[in-house]
Design a protein around this ligand. Sequence first.
Ligand SMILES: [Zn+2]
Length: 318
Amino acid sequence: MPELPEVETVRSGLAPLVVGSTVTDVEVLRASCVRLQAGGQGEFSANVLGMVLGAVARRGKFLWFPLVLKTAEGARHGGVVVPPTRALSAHLGMSGQFRVFDGEPPEPHPHCRVRLHLDAPGGGRVLDFVDQRTFGYVLTEPMQPTSDGFAGGHGSTLPTLPRTVAHIARDALDPALDDARVIAGLRRGSRCIKHVLLDQTVVSGIGNIYADEALWAARIHPRRPAQTISAAQARNVLAAVRDVMAKALARGGTSFDGLYVDVNGQSGYFSRNLAAYGRAGKPCHRCGAPLAHDRIGGRSTHWCPRCQRSVAWTLSRD
Ligand SMILES: [Zn+2]
């Protein structure tokens, strides 16, 4: 499954290729891809056709393109005159990819679900949403104001975000993330810290791999109840989450080839330098002890039994 760094790589790769382009035609090749659209594929196409893609924005693993109405007045002034009220939202699911082709477009890939035709200098351009396992989706939906008044996500300065993203917390790489609130959230309740990290309501975008990596880096046992974690430890966990994600982002892990924007949820994992995830029985990079492995909440979990002690935790008093 693509994790936040992959989705950010897709976002930053797509932005220069599609922002400012007008959608000149819409092909929905598989209706299930727009299953969240109440009015079906007809409504999806009508909402997207003729609109300008104003940005490529992301919060956690959710992507959206604010849809800008291009008016004659706006065109005359070479810009946008109507603030977007609606967005084209996209989620890559397990295997979603975006592909961009210039000029005469090739036959759609067998797993291409939606193809948008865009205007482009010197000819046409298509934006394909390809999804082999069909867990991904696209839809158009209203934008609503952010609760804190800051930009809705990375890549857009608008203080709005799509309705389906409104309940998702800001992610660890978001400059508007409220650290104090996250630290309090990481220490709340009797659930184990791994559950809290995977719960998208405290801080978003942390998948199974990065949860294990961050807890290993912060030396916190994944089963440790949130309410036993000190403020300093919670701060360390948040710093570790930011660090592992920033490093993954810097390394890439997705392939870029000119106009071809691609993210493959599987291949990237093995090129990363993971310290915990997938290393059951292998020596800890810090202390040499063999790493442990178990399922926690149904998710495959890896940790160092020596660095991430499973002691009798007491409620933190600080
Ligand atoms: Zn260790």
